[in-house]
Design a protein around this ligand. Sequence first.
Ligand code: AMP
Length: 436
Amino acid sequence: MPFKDLALDPRLLRSIQHLGFDKPTEIQQEAIPAVMVGRDLIVSSQTGSGKTLAYLLPMMQRLLKSRALSKQDARALILAPTRELAKQVYAQLRLLVANTPVTAALIVGGENFNDQEKILKRQPAIVVATPGRFVDHLEHKTLFLHGLEMLILDEADRMLDLGFLPQLTFINKAADHRLRQTMLFSATLDHAEVDNLALALLKNPYRVAVGAGYQQHQDIEQRFFLADNLSHKEALLSYFLQQQDINQLIMFTATRADAERLTGVCEAAGFTAVGLSGKLSQQQRNSVMQQFATGKFQVLVTTDLASRGLDLLQVSHVINFDLPKHPEEYVHRIGRTGRAGAKGQAISLVGPKDWPSLQNIEAFLRHAIEFSVVESLPARFSGVVAPMQQPKAKKKASTSAKSSKPRPAKPDTAKIKAPSYFEGGDDGSGPVRRKK
Ligand code: AMP
């Protein structure tokens, strides 16, 4: 894909040409379009992947194309952990602003404060800074961030390792409004503090994990099982609870009601289980998470990624009772297990409602997903959702199933007596439901 397909401003395309780059790097291809449609972004990337232009280009695009929210305040702020990195970023930025009306300034520690004050009084549109010195200026009221449109954290993990959390929190508060777009870059996303920071700063972020994100995780065995409906999913769940050697398990569900009910299913199977419901206060949620982290509960059933902030080394299993809508989330969920060299199992149940998500995950992982089968609990659903309204549901369903090419399935050899899950069919999954 050439750069021109990214629909960037011609002035930016000329600068890129000048730099001698013909096509975007992988991270640029993933990140630039997402930022250009207004998404917040969280990226795991290494230096050398082209991450700097991955944020500078869409940032410049927004500044060139949209009206400033405020005439006085900085429109974009790029924070970097070290003076060296800030200077490198600034050098790349200068090439991009050269033929545009956009102004930029570099504000790092170790340089004359008064000189910097004079620079900031000229109201640059973009500031590249290290967090400590930047907060000194904010406190000194040299500049304000009420009109900040883009906040970019480069090497967020290093900033946190260097103890800049208070400064980042201060800056976030000073620039807290709903029109702000935020991008967070980190060498790793397996960093408890980065997770917390992302939760505090980002709104429904688009996740890019170049390299590691979609490659097979060596330590996580991923298995997918087709399921006809909610009852069938529950039967499969009971089977896994009996058969698997579970140390700790995190189970993700689509709805709160399911989370509450499935907590009971796990308890009935002899596990200590807790559900994280949205009804709990933040303090209560933190307390539940702490208790899970310390091993008081074996199973955590949740609708969201509440587990982000904690390094949960005892989690041997993740079960996706329902698939997440966004494929990046799938990678993040299964990444709750197989941490720090331990082996993990990720089991995903795929019903008709999950099918679109499954297709997104397949595209994201860049390989076809194979299904495993529990021999005593086979699914009739073969991966094709028949149309919703059918007068002769039973007949059409079977036709549709035949015309589809069923996915290859790996048998799971364990045998247990099948519960009569066919009677229920209570998730409205339609034509594939069996009737007695
Ligand atoms: P970064 O990861 O941002 O530190 O970039 C690493 C190096 O890749 C820098 O020297 C960039 O100038 C260079 N670079 C960035 N984007 C591209 C591109 N699309 N094609 C070739 N080189 C690039």
